[in-house]
Structures are given as C-alpha cells and as structure tokens.
Design a protein around this ligand. Structure first.
Ligand code: ADP
Ligand code: MG
Length: 362
C-alpha cells in the first residue's frame, strides 16, 4: 500500500503535508502550509524543535528509524525536508510510500561538496579552484598547489561555517586534518570576493517554475549576518545565472525550491559556492518582501500548484539574531518597522540562529 496521490494536492483536512526536520525552517514551512489550508505532520528526533508548536501532529524518531519513517509516510500525502543532512536512504524509503520533494538524489548531491561542485561545472558554472582530500598527504600536495593558503572543508555535514578551517603557511596540516576528524575534505582557494549573492529557483510538480529576485549576503565567521534584496546586478549576468541554475536543476530532475550560493569576484565574474535544496536563510526577507514567501512557494511546488516568478514589493534588509543577541532585542521589538520573526528556541548557544527581522529600506 502506498499513499502516492495525483497532483495537484488541494488544501483539505485529509491532505497532510509531511515535514522532515523540526528547526526554524520546518516551523516556517508549517506556518505557510497552515495558511494555505493544509495540515502538517512533523518528523524529527526529540529535542529543542521550534516547529513542534505550529504543526498538527508530531512523530519523534531518529533519521534511520525505518519503521517509524514508514508509519509517518502512511499518514502524509507528500513530504519535504528542511534538514539538509537527512540520510538519502531514509528519503528513498519514504519515496516508495509518498511523494517526496525534492528527491533523495538531489539531497545526496547537496550533501557532498565535491559532488555539488562537479554538478555545477557540468551545468556551466565556474567554481573556486578545489582539490579532493582523502588523507593528509593529499592535503600537503594540494596546499602546496594553492601557495599554502586555502580553506579546508569537510566534504559532508558542514553548515554555518562549521567543519571548515583556514590554512596558511604556518598551519600544522596534520593537526588541522585531525581537528576536522580525519574525514574526506575539499581544499579550496581562499577567494577575495566583492560580495556574496544567492539565487533561488523553484519548480512545481505541474512543471511550472520561476525565480525570486537575487539576494546579496554578508557573512560573519561563516554565518549569514545580513541580506539585502533585490541585489542590484547587471541584467545580462542575471539572465546567465538563471540559465545555468535551470540547467543544474534540469540535471538533477529538481522539484521544490533550490538555492545556489555564489561569490561575485572583483572583476565581476561569478563563482559557484554551494546549493541548498530547501528554503534558505538568505531568502527570509521574502516573508515580508513578497506576496508569496519562499515557504509559500515551497508548499505550492510540492502540491503541484502553478508557480511563476516572484517580485519584491520594495527593497528589504534581513538581519539574523544569533546566539546571545536574542537577549538584547528591545530596540527591535520597540520599532514597528522591524518585522520580527523569533523561532522560539529554548536553548541559546553561540552561533545558533534564534530569529531574524526584516526592514523595508526603500
Ligand atoms: P556552509 O555550508 O557552512 O554554509 P560555505 O562553503 O557556504 O559553508 O562557507 C560559509 C562561508 O564562508 C561562505 O558564505 C563565505 O562567506 C565563506 N567562504 C566559504 N568558502 C570560501 C572561499 N573559498 N573563499 C572565501 N570565503 C569563503
Ligand atoms: Mg553556505
């Protein structure tokens, strides 16, 4: 028995959308689903899960608890994951029972830096110079090729700047290799970029698609700090980026919402950094800056409803509230022009994303 439904999946009490992952993205996906008239069922391990307060049903389970995942899949008409490191095996299992969007193939690609870079190059993007590092000898050789300067990143499981270390001529490469867990890594050239930008493409199961305006992103210590959108960019460059993004999406047979993080160099050229096949922090401004936010669009795409390009209603700035900053937000609360989105996490730890606020700047 499976639960695979014909599209479109229309809003009704019977049509329950499955959300894998209980973080802030899961919470904001559930809020959009609820606004659109769907019910939601959350699957996540026990913990400090902000999404739990806004969903209709919760199953607590580990990502490899296949019995629980099957039980969950019997209750939902489709499922999407906010958790990028979900084991692709778990998604494959769910896909036998229900519509899983994006697919396990897409997540597998996004989880492995070397794979996503190879896919990007196949799709027409350029990347920073990089080397696959399987052992400390590889690291020594690659480091020499880059003039003893670069960024070493674990090939999988990194996020918010975690799992990466800068190296230079004074670095003890053996120690750094061990510090990262002696696992497969990539060593990248350290770029001097003008700015970081991100592009978001989306494709519905009815095959309609579209883009959000570009975001311009400012990171601090590897964590997104601020986004300004729409980013000002030469029209020809944006057209070219859209073409390559569509090609990458086509190569992955992609449905859902897809973000690509990019570096713009001083000479104006654009390099691929990484993909995220889910809503992305750099498009949180769309919650107030667009008629349909990235979360609204994700719901439309996974239910097979028609989608088209999204416009912004002015220029917006999104600012993240990170770690202890959440204990000092009176100036934000006191200003009605700051539209505050607090995630409701119980624990505050350094570098943890606790909320964000959007401000219309023009
Ligand atoms: P994560 O998965 O943690 O987001 P990223 O590869 O996106 O990992 O790195 C986080 C941030 O670190 C980037 O947004 C950028 O600011 C900086 N960074 C990453 N790679 C490079 C690079 N090759 N050169 C310069 N800065 C980089
Ligand atoms: Mg990143």
């Amino acid at each position: 028995m499976n639960n695979i439904k014909d599209f479109p999946i229309l809003p009704s009490n019977e049509n329950i959308i499955g959300i894998l992952g209980g973080g802030q993205l899961g919470k904001m996906i559930a809020l959009s689903a609820s606004r659109a008239g769907y019910k939601t069922h959350l699957y996540c391990p026990k913990g400090d899960n902000p999404a739990e307060t806004v969903v209709n049903k919760i199953t607590h389970g580990e990502w490899n608890d296949f019995d629980k995942l099957v039980e969950f899949s019997n209750n939902v008409v489709c499922a999407t994951s906010e958790f990028e490191n979900i084991p692709s095996k778990s998604l494959e299992l769910l896909a036998n029972k229900t519509n899983v969007i994006p697919s396990s193939i897409v997540f597998r690609c996004a989880q492995i830096r070397s794979k996503e870079k190879e896919m990007a190059v196949k799709s027409g993007f350029k990347t920073p110079v990089w080397y696959l590092i399987k052992n400390s000898d590889d690291l020594i050789t690659a480091s020499k090729s880059l003039g003893n300067k670069g960024i070493l990143k674990t090939n999988s499981l990194g996020y918010d700047g975690k799992g990466q270390v800068k190296i230079n001529e004074n670095s003890n490469l053996f120690q750094i290799w061990e510090q990262l867990g002696s696992v497969e890594c990539v060593l990248e050239e350290e770029l001097k970029f003008k700015r970081e930008i991100s592009i978001m493409y989306f494709k519905s199961f009815d095959n309609s698609d579209g883009f959000f305006p570009l975001s311009e992103n400012d990171h601090k210590e590897g964590i997104l700090d601020k986004t300004i959108a729409p980013a000002i960019i030469d029209n020809n460059i944006e057209v070219d980026l859209r073409l390559k993004t569509k090609q990458l999406s086509y190569n992955l047979n992609f449905y859902g919402v897809l973000t690509i993080e990019l570096f713009e160099l001083l000479d104006g050229s654009i390099l691929f950094n990484e993909i995220a096949p889910r809503p992305h922090n750099s498009f949180h401004w769309s919650m107030d800056g667009c008629d349909n936010s990235q979360f609204d669009i994700l719901i439309r795409t996974i239910c097979g409803l028609p989608v088209k390009d999204v416009e912004s209603n002015g220029k917006w700035k999104m600012t993240n509230i990170i770690g202890e900053e959440v204990n000092n937000i009176w100036n934000i609360i006191n200003n009605q022009d700051y539209i505050l989105h607090l995630y409701g996490k119980k624990q505050t730890t350094p570098g943890r994303k606790m909320g964000h606020y959007n401000t219309k700047i023009i």
